[in-house]
Ligand binder design. Structure first.
Ligand code: PAF
Length: 294
């Protein structure tokens, strides 16, 4: 496995790599969710490249950029174990030799939820993903569905800007108690960790009601909210996956996302479940073959 920090060297390595090339962009602090993305890329591509870059542009001034967990050696061990060919781990100076003047600014898709809570976040994500795609030039790029709004922004950027890459959406990996894996889970105290699965429980309650055919979202979200304590709600909503706007009423047979964010202490958790409205009796995609780790 080659570990590369310079853009010119990365361009050279990928230019000579067997195709198709699968790319997994990350910010490091890797866990079994990242390993699942890499394994999928490994199955589908001749070369697998992973980037590790904690992107300052997507953190707000009061967010955790400085304390975001960084452990390149541990990350490289995990990546070597799952068969990665190339790790691209540039420094901030390599990615942003000057403060960028031209950036990618998602519009409607970033108006609510994560975009509203974290102003500038999706501008930072879209800009760095475009830069990484321009350096790595993959045929396929793999993203987790846990960050569903990020995934929607990236998919829309690829469509709107005619990027020549296939975005592969991969299922959320969960601990046995339902908590979606996230690098930020390592901020949780023992007590907060015990409370954390309440977010998934709330999402499941909303999903259960949608599957049963409830078409008005507010009453079902009221019921779902009862599952959240001791977590503190940031938001809980039903959205259409390509729009990320709150939906008051859904239509039988349509696919929607139940999305949520909640605080365990000062740590903010986000998660979502995909649901087919009125599909009671038929398990939704998330529950048919969940990738669980214990
Ligand atoms: O999901 C992440 O880890 C980051 O937002 C990404 C896509 C690597 C961009 O920095």
């Amino acid at each position: 496995m080659e570990v590369i920090t310079a853009i010119a060297q990365m361009r050279h390595a990928v230019a000579h790599a067997p195709r198709p090339l699968g790319f997994v962009p990350t910010m490091g602090a890797l866990h079994a969710g990242h390993a699942a993305l890499v394994r999928r890329a490994r199955r589908e591509c001749a070369t697998v490249a992973v980037s590790i870059f904690v992107n300052p542009l997507q953190f707000g001034p009061s967010e955790d950029f400085e304390r975001y967990p960084r452990d390149l050696d541990a990350d490289c061990r995990l990546l070597a174990d799952v068969g990665v060919d190339i790790v691209f781990a540039p420094g901030v100076d390599a990615m942003y030799p000057r403060p960028p003047d031209v950036v990618v600014v998602p519009d409607r898709l970033a108006r609510f939820f994560e975009g509203e809570r974290r102003p500038g976040h999706f501008r930072g994500v879209a800009t760095v993903v475009l830069k990484l795609l321009n350096v790595v030039r993959p045929e396929r790029a793999y993203f987790g569905q846990k960050d569903a709004q990020q995934l929607a922004v990236v998919q829309r950027m690829v469509f709107d800007l005619n990027l020549d890459v296939e975005i592969v959406a991969c299922e959320t990996v969960r601990d046995a108690d339902g908590l979606a894996l996230s690098s930020r889970n390592r901020y949780l105290s023992e007590e907060e960790r015990r409370a954390a699965p309440h977010l998934y429980a709330a999402l499941r309650e909303a999903a259960r009601r949608l599957e049963a055919g409830d078409l008005h979202t507010e009453p079902l979200l009221v019921a779902a909210r009862r599952e959240l304590p001791p977590l503190r709600e940031d938001y809980l909503a039903v959205v259409r996956p390509q729009l990320f706007e709150p939906v008051d009423a859904v239509v039988p047979g349509e696919d929607v996302l139940v999305i949520g964010a909640a605080f365990a202490g000062t740590t903010r958790l986000i998660d979502n479940i995909r649901v087919r409205v009125g599909a009671a009796g038929e398990a939704p995609a998330d529950r048919r073959s969940p990738e669980h780790v214990s």
